[in-house]
Ligand binder design. Structure first.
Ligand code: FAD
Length: 647
């Protein structure tokens, strides 16, 4: 180790909080290759003529801004509520801020510098449990604080966008494939899991010249390989090419980490920072958009003239020449539309907001992946990431390794994921009983047009037995489902429901744009969703009780072996549900007849020049984590807009 590296290591000032407590420090990661500030202020931004004003400098917003501003004749302004933090090691270092979207960690998540820190309303089916909803509030948005898992869904999930939601063949697995590739600079995995082959087809699925670095873990703890072998031993095969149109079964997952630097690769550094010098691109940070301004209807709908934003308590207006692009995320874009008078007229009128366009579907159709967690105590000599917490020597060695070679424990992200068809884990009579209960429940429901087609599609998908219905993951650290005792090793094993039937909403109940909207995901209100998580959790226990992982464990801590019957599991699950942080669907892309909010060009129906490009447009949950899909959608959105204007 050089003296400079050692000095930097010792003088670095950022504490890693609860994740890495024992003497852990990180060095700033600014390498001087881009300006350290965004170089604009509220007043001069307001005076600039922009062709496009992008609301939200997060995942989708920065992709869109980057692509449109490639043409120097097109001027793009981005307004972002959070700070610009280009050299922040908490964002950059994979283990620093967020494993498993754990809102208790208090470094990135639960920290107002990075996180909007939303909360759901008390959940009726969870005995009033309130769900923490972290959302990125920083340049890069949620891509700056997420867990970096990089997955592509099975073809059926994207093909539904074409067939079920009537968006045309451009919105299908095949139509999206070039955009997935355009995003990525993919590096092939060095390590292989048990049962995993080097599959040349895997490389064919990926791009090699895109802005986001996509790679695989080069460091594993003692947990991952035995976990995969244990899954194999109970009939879950390894999938060597989960990105080839069938995501099911256990796989080494990719992640958005640059293998050369060991840093998170996200919309902030991969897209925005590389474009920051363009004179035709301006990003105003720490500015909260409060409203879109409209003039009277033109031939193709009501025309947006610009947006209002608040900085330091003062409201500014910026005009737009062509379009307003909403990219504030699935929980904030509906709020901005509603504050602007576009939404359910009853909600708006009750708050005294003038109705520009009565649009009751805005903010409805909220869907997410609910998750339950089990904690296991691991034997003392087995390596997990917890060693970083309690062993100063190990922690120091790993920092040095990370700082000098971008490798080791601090470069770790979750490596094992396994979406499983339900039929793989429940016998046929259990499945049949569950399914007939489901159809009985749905028969009693009043369903909207979009729900009707969603439920028909979901029923056929689950019956096919070919689609992942819940996902197994193992995280080699504790303190997630229960508090880990210091000096001990744990693992957290997880069941995520991938295609729930529950539908919630997000709406305003205040005219103040800084007040969080009301978020109700309505988790587990449909009994089927609870049954899936019960079976998923039982399967997780079975998995962890299988060799060779079982031999590394001292036992289950949470919920503990006291929980045995289906009823006991059901009671546990209702105390343990969290979000996997994939809210979507609140401005769904679907035909107008189905109650869609945006059309296949992502334009809001009835508005002449407002598009939505964020997670809200995904019409139904897909069977994987959603970031790579959002990047691909935003790439496609940029192409659609470029072709509209001949750019
Ligand atoms: C904790 C966490 C863990 C996750 N882990 C994974 C994972 O491992 N893998 C995966 O695939 N996905 C993961 N996700 C999901 C994924 O990261 C997000 O779904 C995705 O980044 C959302 O992109 P977006 O463009 O829709 O919104 P965002 O990226 O959230 O961008 C919205 C932006 O708009 C800004 N904004 C909002 N309102 C305003 C306003 N009024 N004025 C100005 N700016 C505003 C926000 O500050 C934010 O920067 C995770 C998400 C979270 C939060």
């Amino acid at each position: 180790m050089s003296l400079t590296t050692l000095t930097r290591l010792l003088t670095a000032a950022v504490s890693l909080g609860a994740t890495l407590t024992a003497g852990a420090t990180l060095q700033p990661q600014y390498n001087g290759s881009y300006p350290a500030s965004t170089g604009t202020d509220a007043a001069s931004f307001a005076k600039t003529k922009f062709d496009f004003v992008v609301v939200g400098g997060g995942t989708a917003g920065l992709v869109f801004a980057y692509r449109l501003s490639e043409n120097p004749k097109v001027s793009v302004g981005v307004i972002e509520a959070g700070q610009y933090r280009p050299d922040d090691p908490l964002i950059g270092t994979p283990t620093a801020g967020n494993l498993l979207g754990n809102a208790d960690i208090g470094t990135l998540l639960g920290n107002p510098t990075y996180d909007w820190m939303f909360q759901s309303v008390p959940q009726t089916a969870l005995n009033g449990l309130v769900i923490d909803y972290p959302r990125g509030k920083v340049v890069g948005g949620s891509s700056a604080i997420n867990s970096m898992i990089w997955q592509r869904a099975s073809d059926v999930d994207y093909d539904n966008w074409n067939t079920v939601f009537q968006n045309g063949p451009g919105w299908s697995a095949q139509g999206l494939e070039p955009y997935f590739k355009r995003v990525e600079s993919w590096t092939e995995p060095e390590l292989l899991f048990p049962g995993q082959q080097r599959d040349p087809a895997l490389a064919n699925e990926h791009g090699t010249n895109g802005p986001i670095s996509v790679s695989y873990d080069t460091f594993l703890t003692d947990i991952e390989v035995p976990s995969v072998a244990a899954a194999n031993s109970i009939g879950i095969p390894t999938n060597s090419n989960p990105d080839g149109g069938n995501e099911t079964f256990i796989a080494l997952t990719a992640r958005s980490v640059d293998p050369k630097t060991g840093l998170r690769s996200y919309a902030g550094n991969a897209y925005y920072q590389t474009a920051i010098g363009r004179p035709n691109l301006k990003l105003l940070s720490q500015a909260v958009v409060s409203k879109i301004n409209f003039s009277k209807s033109g031939k193709s709908g009501i025309v947006a003239t610009g947006v209002n934003y608040i900085v330091g308590g003062k409201t500014y207006t910026v005009n737009v020449e062509k379009e307003v692009i909403l990219a504030a995320g699935s929980l904030k874009t509906p709020q901005i539309l509603e504050l602007s008078g576009v939404g359910n007229k009853t909600i708006l009128s009750n708050l005294g907001i003038d109705v520009v366009l009565d649009f009751p579907q805005i903010g409805e159709n909220l869907q997410d992946h609910p998750v339950t967690l089990l904690d296991f105590k691991v034997k003392d000599d087995v390596l997990t990431l917890d060693r970083l917490n309690y062993n100063q020597t190990y922690s120091f060695e790993q920092q040095v390794l990370y700082n000098t070679s971008a490798s080791g424990a601090m470069s770790y992200t979750e490596a094992v994921v396994g979406p499983l068809p339900l039929q793989k884990t429940v016998d046929s009579s259990t499945f049949d009983a569950m399914f007939s209960n489901l159809t009985a429940t749905l028969a009693t429901q009043q369903q909207t047009p979009i729900q009707k087609v969603q439920y028909a599609a979901l029923e056929s998908m689950v019956k096919s037995g070919a689609v992942g219905w819940f996902e197994l993951t193992v995280v080699p650290s504790g303190g997630v489902a229960s508090t880990a005792a210091n000096g001990s090793n744990y693992l957290t094993s997880v069941a995520i429901e991938l295609h729930p039937f529950g539908r919630g909403y997000v709406h305003i109940n205040s005219t103040d744009p800084t007040v969080q909207p009301v978020i109700d995901p309505k988790f587990l209100e449909i009994p089927w969703d609870a049954e899936v998580l019960v079976h998923g959790s039982q399967w997780v226990r079975k998995w962890m009780q299988s060799e060779p992982i079982a031999g590394l464990l001292e036992g289950e801590i949470t919920p503990s072996l006291n929980v045995q019957s289906d009823e006991e599991w059901d009671a546990y699950v209702r105390t343990a549900v969290r979000t996997t942080n994939h809210p979507l669907g609140t401005t769904a892309m679907a035909s107008r007849a189905l109650g869609g909010v945006v059309d296949p060009n992502l334009k809001v129906y009835g508005l002449a020049n407002v598009r939505v490009v964020d997670a809200g447009i995904i019409p139904m949950t897909i069977g994987v984590a959603i970031q790579s899909t959002i990047y691909a959608m935003a790439e496609k959105a940029a192409d659609l807009v470029k072709s509209t204007y001949g750019i």
